[in-house]
Design a protein around this ligand. Sequence first.
Ligand SMILES: [Zn+2]
Length: 297
Amino acid sequence: MSSTKKKRELDLSAFPPGTVTEYSTLVCLACTFDIFTGQLGLAPRTAYSEIKKYTPTIAELTSPQASPPFFDSEEKNPHCPYCKAAKRWHAPFDTFRIDGGKASDAARRKLIKSLPQKDNQFLVIEEKTDKRSVFFNWLENLDHNLELEDDAWLLEISRAYLTRLEPKTDWAEVFEDLRAIRRSNRLSEGWERDGARLFLAPAVYNEAMIVQYLVSRSHVHGGRTFEGRLTLQELIRRLRYGGYLEAKGISQGDQFETFEKLIETLSGGAGNVTVYYIVDRTEFLAKVKSVYARYAS
Ligand SMILES: [Zn+2]
C-alpha cells in the first residue's frame, strides 16, 4: 500500500537503505462510526472513545489490497469507495516497517525512544519473522519502485542489491555517471570502479543477476538479467558453469531445490529476525476528534 503522499514526519535518515519500508493507507471514519454506532449499537460518545483506542492490525495497514473500512487512493480528493464520504472523513495511517538487525538496531532504539507518548500516538508492534520473508519483502519493494523496461533498471537493481550487501558504502557516489557493470574474474570478492564501469567479483555479479531474475521473472518469459532474458533453468546452468553453485555448496538437487537454496543464500541463511512496525496515529487521532465534533453536533 503506498497511496497518500505526505511529508515525512519521522526522521529515518539514520537507517541504511532497504531496512525501512513505508506503508500508507486511508481509513474512512464515516464507515468506522457507522460500524460502531450502527452495527455495534454504541452511543456516539462511546463510539468516539472506542475508535480513539482502535488499533488496526498490521495486515490491515500493510496489505496490498485494502479492505473496509480501509482504502487506497492516488487521488487528491478521493471519496470512500464504500460509502462515498468525502475527504474530510478520511484519516491516513502511516506505518513504518523496520527490519531488525545489526545495521538498524541502534537507529531503531533511538527513534523509538524519541517518539511522543501522548494518547498512544505512535504504536510499536514487534513481529518475529525469518530472513527469507525479510528478503522477499525487500524484493517486493524493488518491484514496485522500478521501471522494468528501462535499461537503467539493470543498474538500479544491482545498486539496490549492493546496498543491501554493503549498507555503509556510499553507493550514490559509486554509481555516479556509471555506464555499465561487468563481471571481473580478477576480483575474488567485492567490487571495483574503473572509469565509467563497475567491476564485480563473480559471486557478487551472479547474485545481482539472481536478484534481477527474481524481480522480473514471469512464468512465460523467465527473468531479465545482465545476460538477457533467462529461464530458471538457463540461470542455474550459468551459475553452475561459473562455479557459483559449487562455491556456495549447492551442487546437488533439481532446479527447484537449487532455487530454494539460492534464495536461502541470498536471504542470509536460516534464522529469525524481529520486524518492528511503527504505526503513526497522529493524524488519525486529530481526524477522529474533528469528525466526532461534526457527528455529535
Ligand atoms: Zn466510508
